[in-house]
Design a protein around this ligand. Structure first.
Ligand code: SF4
Length: 209
């Protein structure tokens, strides 16, 4: 008999979405364990390893329990890197439960074809993105880290359709990073690089998770 699908999971919680175009919308987060990258500025290093095997049914049951006190249709699969595991059975199960599914990915894996919203955050040094993610991304979040330069911004911008916004997201809302984000936006304007916008991590301002 085939074993039911499981996913190595760190935590499941309800919180307003703090990043990207869905900023501020009530959301239930499923944080999956593991990542193929090791970014120095990572603010979820606790998700790099560990976690517990949850069945897809158990994850869906916990999401539905949380929705009881936190009405929302959105579930966000985050990490770590959620696409390092096979999330298809979970996406299907959540759709069957009436949810919409956002996936936050570093873009290096092929995206789940059924996801309702793909957020791609390419990472240094190469900012590599799987070709299918370039097409499916609804938004691109670019962390304004120390190494990010205008040439990186230009290359990431060119890698996605112009209709997909590229969001400059300061590293942990740090002052130096916010100043650098403004500078990059202005420099990009002078260099004719279009389709950029500024952001912040809203959950860190409000003190949400
Ligand atoms: S890709 Fe994301 S989760 Fe993985 S190490 Fe980088 S910042 Fe952390």
């Amino acid at each position: 008999m085939r074993r039911p699908p499981t996913l190595k999971t760190i935590e499941i919680f309800a919180s307003p979405q703090g990043e990207g175009l869905r900023q501020g919308e009530p959301t239930i987060f499923v944080r999956l364990a593991g990542c193929n990258l090791r970014c120095g500025f990572c603010d979820t290093k606790t998700a790099w390893r560990g976690g517990r095997q949850w069945s897809v049914e158990a994850i869906a049951a916990e999401v539905e329990r949380l929705r009881g006190g936190y009405p929302t249709t959105w579930v966000c699969l985050t990490g770590g890197e959620p696409l390092a595991q096979n999330v298809r059975p979970l996406v299907k199960r959540l759709h069957a439960g009436g949810f919409l599914v956002q996936i936050e990915s570093n873009g290096t894996f092929p995206p789940d074809p059924d996801a309702d919203w793909l957020s791609v955050s390419p990472k240094p040094p190469g900012y590599a993105v799987h070709p299918a993610s370039r097409k499916k991304a609804r938004e691109v979040k670019l962390v304004v880290c120390r190494p990010l330069c205008l040439d990186d911004v230009r290359a990431v911008r060119a890698a996605f359709p112009l209709t997909t916004p590229v969001i400059l997201q300061p590293e942990s809302n740090a002052g130096w990073s916010m100043k650098k984000a403004v500078r990059l936006l202005e420099d990009a304007g002078r260099a004719g690089i279009d389709g950029l916008r500024l952001s912040v991590q809203l959950h860190k301002i409000y003190g949400f998770r």
